[in-house]
Design a protein around this ligand. Structure first.
Ligand code: ADP
Ligand code: MG
Length: 261
């Protein structure tokens, strides 16, 4: 899945939230989106998902304008984790995860459906919660349910996936942050196109092939994790350079270690 934007601009009333963003997301890569609160990260993800139409400019998926795809077709092409994913009813965890099958017309009771759901539940350590109402889990546990739903939706496509994850590590403990990071690296190795927004810069620099730093709806910097210097981080977040230097990983690019090691 090749995702591109050209001069993507989004206004809300008099305010320009995203300004002229021309970006490319390549298969086999993890792009991490970072920037201050209100920078436009979630808005960009909504536009890339096709859930929010740009005021001007375009989003193209494999060369096709995303807006031209009907909702169900979009849901087969990409899986999205919104920043504030909601569980409206008291569905059991396994049923929420199985919702990822629906756009693909795969039955939750079919052998394929059951295999996809149990794989994602195992990935997010949810097996013990399968029959519990998802609304009665902790915040971090619910986040794992949403991630598992998203993984199911992406895998059910049966080909290279496009995953758009808005702050997926919100509420996750370290074990599950690492598990997610490994899963995303593994999915990228299989050809997935991945965009993930994160606030944790050390994790971002271990996970990302490429960082996209957004400030005030504009692209502030783009490149490999090595672009994260104290001066840039200080400017991006409006903090002083000494504080920025303490946030950054040292040495700068530790490889991602696997939990089992
Ligand atoms: P981020 O995810 O980077 O924190 P968002 O993309 O959520 O930022 O928001 C970008 C800007 O757009 C913010 O200033 C926010 O207040 C504004 N915004 C977000 N949603 C709406 C909305 N529905 N109506 C008006 N302004 C909005
Ligand atoms: Mg956001």
């Amino acid at each position: 899945m090749k995702l591109e934007t050209s001069a993507l601009t989004l206004a809300r009333g008099p305010r320009t939230i995203l300004s002229g963003l021309s970006l490319r997301f390549q298969p086999g890569t993890v792009t991490v989106l970072a920037g201050p609160n209100g920078a436009g990260k979630s808005t960009l993800i909504d536009c890339l998902a096709g859930d929010l139409a740009p005021t001007s400019g375009q989003v193209q998926l494999n060369g096709q304008p995303l807006e031209s795809l009907p909702l169900q077709a979009r849901a087969r092409q990409r899986a999205v984790l919104p920043q504030r994913a909601m569980i409206a009813f008291d569905f059991p965890v396994a049923e929420v995860v199985a919702m990822g099958l629906h756009p693909h017309g795969i039955g939750a009771r079919s052998a394929e459906g059951r295999a996809l759901v149990s794989r994602a539940m195992a990935d997010m350590d949810l097996a013990e919660f399968a029959d519990r109402p998802a609304t009665r889990l902790s915040g971090g546990e619910q986040q794992r349910v949403h991630i598992a739903r998203c993984l199911t939706q992406a895998r059910a496509a049966g080909g290279p996936a496009l995953l758009l994850l808005d702050e997926p590590t919100g509420g996750l403990d370290y074990r599950h942050q690492f598990a997610l990071a490994q899963l995303l690296r593994a999915a990228a190795a299989e050809g997935a196109t991945i965009l993930v927004s994160l606030h944790d810069l050390p994790l971002a620099s271990r996970l990302a092939d490429r960082l996209l730093l957004l400030g005030d709806g504009r692209l502030v910097a783009e490149g490999p994790p090595a672009i994260l210097t104290p001066a840039l981080v200080a400017r991006l977040y409006g903090i002083d350079e000494a504080a920025a230097a303490e946030l950054l990983p040292s040495p700068p690019s530790l490889p991602l270690r696997l939990a089992a090691e």
